[in-house]
Design a protein around this ligand. Structure first.
Ligand SMILES: [Zn+2]
Length: 466
C-alpha cells in the first residue's frame, strides 16, 4: 500500500491528511494555541473531590481545572484535596470543558506503549493468531525482563511483529528513560507544572504508522526539517520529504481538502447502489442509519438488503476513520432475516476495520437488529473539532414552525390588550408570517411589524408605543 501524508499549515492550525493509494483516509487537525494537548503529563494539585460526580478536579496550572474521573484513581497515588498527583491529559480541553485526565500514564514508543503504573503486559489484539500472540508476548517478556527491574507494564504494538530483538530492547530502554526523567523532574518542579509535552501531532501520526509513509509533502519547511530529524532518529525507513513552496495554487486547493472537509461535515453519505447513510453524533453515541436505494438489482429483498448492507459497511469503516468517530457506534442496517448473512457481514466488517489505527470492537446484532461497535476515543470527533453550535437553532437542529410562532405571537398580543399601538420586532424569516397574522386579526392600523436581522428567529420582542 502506498501511503502519503500532506501537511498544510496556516496561521492558526495544521491539517494532516493521510492518503492511502491516492484516497484520503484520515484528517487530523492541530490548533496551534491549544495548550492542553492529549498526552501531556502534569504535576497537579487535587482541588476538590466530588463523589456524586465520581470525579476530582485538579489544578494543572492551566486556565481551567481539569477533570479526573475516579474510576481511574486506582492508578493514582493519593486523592485527597491538596495532594499532588501525576496526571496525563487523555482528552484536550475543548470550548467549555476542561481537560480530561488520568493517573494511568501511557508513553507510546515505536513497538511498545509503556504503562509504568500497570504491572501487566498485553499485546495488540490486531495480531489475530492466538498462538502467535502468546509466543510473541512470552518472547518479549523474556527479552525485557533483565531491563525491567521496576516491573513496568506495557502494550506490545502490532509493529513489534517485524522488529528485531535489539530494536525492541532499544525502544523499551528509551521509554523507560523518558519515564524516569519525568519522575525526576516531578521531584524538582513546583506544583502545578508541566512535566512532559507531547510536542505535535505529527509525532503520534508517525508513530501510529511506524513511519510507514512513502512521501510527506508540506508547505511548512521548518516542520519538514523536524520530521527529517525525528525519522532518521527513530525509523529505519526512507521517506521522501517534499517541500511545497509558494505557488499559485495552495497545497490546500491542490489536494481539494475543502471538499474533504465538506464531506466530513455532511451527515449524508451516498452509496453507489443508490442507497445512503445518515451519520449523526449525539452526546452519548454515534448513530448510523442505512437506507436502501430505490432500484433493486437483486432477485429477492433479502439479497438486495445484503448487498446494500455490505456496501454500507465498507463505507462506514472508511467514515469511522475519516470522521474520527469514537465511543459507542450503533448501526441500523437494513433488516436481514438470514442469520448466516448477518454473521458474514460481521466477519467482513472485522476485516475492513483492520486498517484502522484506533482499536475497533464489533459486537453482535442486538435483539432489535442494531449492530453495536466501539472505537477508541482519543479526542473529539472531527465535526466537534471543526464546528461551533449553530446560532440559529442553538444546536437543536430545528426552529419553531411558522404556525407555532404565529400562535405564540397571537396569544401574546391578546394578553396585552387593551393597547393603543404595538411595535413588534421579528427576524426577516418570520416577517411575512407576522404580517399575515396582523392582517387576519385586523390590527394593521395598531400593530407595526418590524423586520430586524438581529432578532432571533424563534423569538419576537414587543413594545408598547404611546
Ligand atoms: Zn441550526
Amino acid at each position: 500500500m502506498d501511503r502519503e501524508l500532506i501537511i498544510i499549515s496556516s496561521k492558526d492550525l495544521y491539517l494532516y491528511v493521510i492518503y492511502e493509494d491516492g484516497e484520503p483516509v484520515e484528517l487530523r487537525v492541530e490548533y496551534r494555541e491549544l495548550l492542553k494537548q492529549s498526552g501531556n503529563i502534569y504535576k497537579g494539585k487535587v482541588k476538590r473531590v466530588i463523589p456524586a460526580m465520581n470525579a476530582a478536579f485538579v489544578d494543572i496550572g492551566e486556565d481551567r481545572e481539569a477533570f479526573l474521573p475516579l474510576k481511574d484513581i486506582k492508578n493514582c497515588h493519593e486523592i485527597k484535596p491538596n495532594e499532588t498527583v501525576i496526571v496525563q491529559v487523555k482528552r484536550a480541553a475543548i470550548s467549555s470543558k476542561g481537560a480530561k485526565l488520568s493517573c494511568k500514564i501511557t508513553l507510546p514508543g515505536k513497538y511498545l506503549v509503556l504503562i509504568p503504573s500497570d504491572p501487566y503486559i498485553t499485546i495488540s489484539t490486531k495480531i489475530e493468531d492466538k498462538e502467535q500472540r502468546e509466543r510473541l508476548k512470552e518472547h518479549i517478556r523474556w527479552l525485557l525482563e533483565p531491563f525491567n527491574e521496576n516491573g513496568y507494564g506495557y502494550i506490545i504494538r502490532t509493529s513489534a511483529v517485524e522488529a528485531t530483538d535489539e530494536a525492541i530492547i532499544e525502544d523499551f530502554l528509551s521509554l523507560k528513560h523518558q519515564w524516569e526523567t519525568i519522575l525526576k523532574s516531578s521531584k524538582k518542579k513546583r506544583t502545578p507544572s508541566l512535566l512532559y509535552e507531547e510536542s505535535s501531532k505529527i509525532y503520534s501520526i508517525l508513530r501510529d504508522y511506524a513511519g510507514n509513509f512513502s512521501r510527506i509533502i508540506s508547505d511548512d519547511i521548518k516542520k519538514l526539517k523536524e520530521i527529517k530529524e525525528y525519522v532518521s532518529k527513530n525509523f529505519n525507513r526512507q521517506i521522501k520529504l517534499e517541500p511545497y513552496r509558494k505557488r499559485k495554487v495552495s497545497l490546500y486547493s491542490y489536494y481539494e481538502v475543502d471538499r474533504l472537509i465538506n464531506k466530513i461535515l455532511n451527515p449524508y453519505v451516498w452509496l453507489k447502489s443508490g442507497g445512503y447513510l445518515v451519520i449523526e453524533e449525539t452526546e452519548a453515541l454515534v448513530s448510523i442509519d442505512v437506507n436502501s436505494g430505490s432500484h433493486c438489482r437483486h432477485k429477492t429483498l433479502e439479497e438486495t438488503a445484503y448487498h446494500t448492507n455490505i456496501e454500507a459497511m465498507k463505507e462506514i469503516a472508511k467514515h469511522l476513520r475519516l470522521r474520527d468517530l469514537g465511543g459507542i457506534v450503533i448501526i441500523d442496517f437494513i433488516d436481514m432475516k438470514d442469520e448466516e448473512k448477518k454473521k458474514a457481514l460481521i466477519e467482513q466488517f472485522k476485516q475492513e476495520v483492520k486498517k484502522d489505527k484506533r482499536p475497533v470492537k464489533i459486537k453482535s446484532f442486538t435483539s432489535l437488529g442494531l449492530l453495536e461497535l466501539t472505537r477508541k476515543k482519543i479526542e473529539d470527533s472531527l465535526i466537534k473539532q471543526l464546528t461551533d453550535i449553530c446560532i440559529t437553532c442553538q444546536g437543536n437542529g430545528f426552529i419553531k414552525s411558522r404556525y407555532l410562532f404565529s400562535f405564540e405571537l397571537e396569544k401574546k398580543i391578546s394578553e396585552l390588550k387593551p393597547f393603543v399601538k404595538l411595535s413588534i420586532k421579528v427576524h426577516p424569516y418570520m416577517y411575512k408570517t407576522a404580517k399575515e397574522l396582523i392582517r387576519q386579526l385586523k390590527l394593521t392600523s395598531s400593530v407595526d411589524i418590524i423586520s430586524d436581522i438581529t432578532q432571533q428567529i424563534n423569538k419576537f420582542s414587543i413594545e408598547r408605543v404611546e
